[in-house]
Design a protein around this ligand. Structure first.
Ligand code: ATP
Ligand code: MG
Length: 239
C-alpha cells in the first residue's frame, strides 16, 4: 500500500536517509524501530509529504506520490500522528478534532457523524470535549492526536512513538486502540522505541540504522528478546 524505495533525504546539508526502502502492505501493522536519531521520524515526514526526498520514490497504492502535497496525501488516506503528542493547547478537545477534518470541512453532516464516532471510541475525550487541550495529561493528549488523525479518515495511519513517556497502563491502552483500529481495516505504520509494545502488535519489523534499514523480518510470538534484536540494541548502546 505504501512503499519507500531507495529514499535519500535530509535537512539542508545534513543527510539523514541514505537509501531507505520499506513497504507497508494493506491491512498490516508494520513496526519501524531504531535508536534515537536514526531517521524514523524523517522517514514518516517523507511519507507524509512534509519533507521532500532528494532522490528515491514514494508510492501509495502503487502510484508515485512524490509530487503530491501533504494536505492532498491526507485526502488520499495517508495520515501521520506526529511525535510528541502535540495538540493545539489553546483550543478545546472538540476544536482539535475538527482540525483533523479540515480538508473535508464542507461535508458538515459527515464530519459531525465522525466526531460522534470518535467520542464513542474514546469516551474519555467525549467527557472532555469542551476542555482546553492544554489541560490534558500525556496519555489524553496521545489519544486526542490519534483521534484527530482519524478525523482525516485515514486508510493508512502512521504513528510516531505513541507510547513515549507514558505509564505502562496507558501504553497498553494505546496498543489496544491500535489493534482495534487495525481489526477494523486500518493499515498501520508504527514507529516505536518500545520494542515490546511494537512487537506485541505488529506482524513485521524493520530496524533502522543510520538512515537505512539494517534488517527486517516477520515477528513471531514472544520473540521480542530475540538475539538479533538484543545484538542490535547492544550495538546501539555501545555506539
Ligand atoms: N528539522 C531538522 N533540521 C535539522 N536536522 C534535523 C531536523 N530534524 C531532525 N534532524 C536530525 O536528523 C536526524 C534524524 O532525526 P529523526 O527525527 O528522523 O530521528 P528519529 O529516529 O525519529 O529519532 P527519535 O527516536 O529520537 O525521535 C537527527 O540527527 C536529527 O538531529
Ligand atoms: Mg523521531
Amino acid at each position: 500500500m505504501l512503499a519507500l524505495d531507495d529514499v535519500h533525504a535530509g535537512y539542508g546539508r545534513v543527510q539523514v536517509l541514505n537509501g531507505l526502502s520499506l513497504t507497508v502492505p494493506e491491512g498490516a501493522i508494520i513496526a519501524l524501530l531504531g535508536g534515537n536519531g536514526t531517521g524514523k521520524s524523517t522517514a514518516l515526514k517523507v511519507a507524509a509529504g512534509l519533507l521532500e526526498p532528494t532522490s528515491g520514490e514514494v508510492r501509495f497504492d502503487g502510484v508515485r506520490i512524490d509530487d503530491v502535497p501533504a494536505d492532498r496525501r491526507i485526502g488520499m488516506g495517508l495520515v501521520l500522528v506526529p511525535q510528541g503528542k502535540e495538540v493545539f493547547a489553546g483550543m478545546s478537545v472538540q476544536e482539535n478534532l475538527l482540525v483533523g477534518a479540515y480538508h473535508r470541512r464542507r461535508a458538515k453532516a459527515e464530519v459531525r457523524a465522525d466526531l460522534e464516532a470518535r467520542y464513542a471510541e474514546f469516551p474519555k475525550l467525549a467527557a472532555m470535549r469542551s476542555r482546553s487541550a492544554g489541560a490534558l495529561s500525556g496519555g489524553e493528549r496521545q489519544m486526542l492526536s490519534i483521534a484527530r488523525a482519524l478525523m482525516g479518515r485515514p486508510r493508512l495511519l502512521m504513528l510516531d512513538e505513541p507510547s513515549a513517556a507514558l505509564a505502562p497502563r496507558v501504553v497498553q491502552e494505546i496498543a489496544e486502540i491500535v489493534l482495534d483500529l487495525n481489526e477494523r481495516g486500518l493499515t498501520i505504520l508504527l514507529v516505536e522505541q518500545n520494542v515490546a509494545m511494537a512487537m506485541a502488535i505488529a506482524e513485521h519489523l524493520y530496524i533502522m540504522r543510520e538512515g537505512a534499514i539494517a534488517f527486517d523480518r516477520p515477528i513471531t510470538e514472544g520473540d521480542d528478546d530475540a538475539d538479533d534484536l538484543k545484538a542490535y540494541y547492544l550495538g546501539q548502546s555501545v555506539g
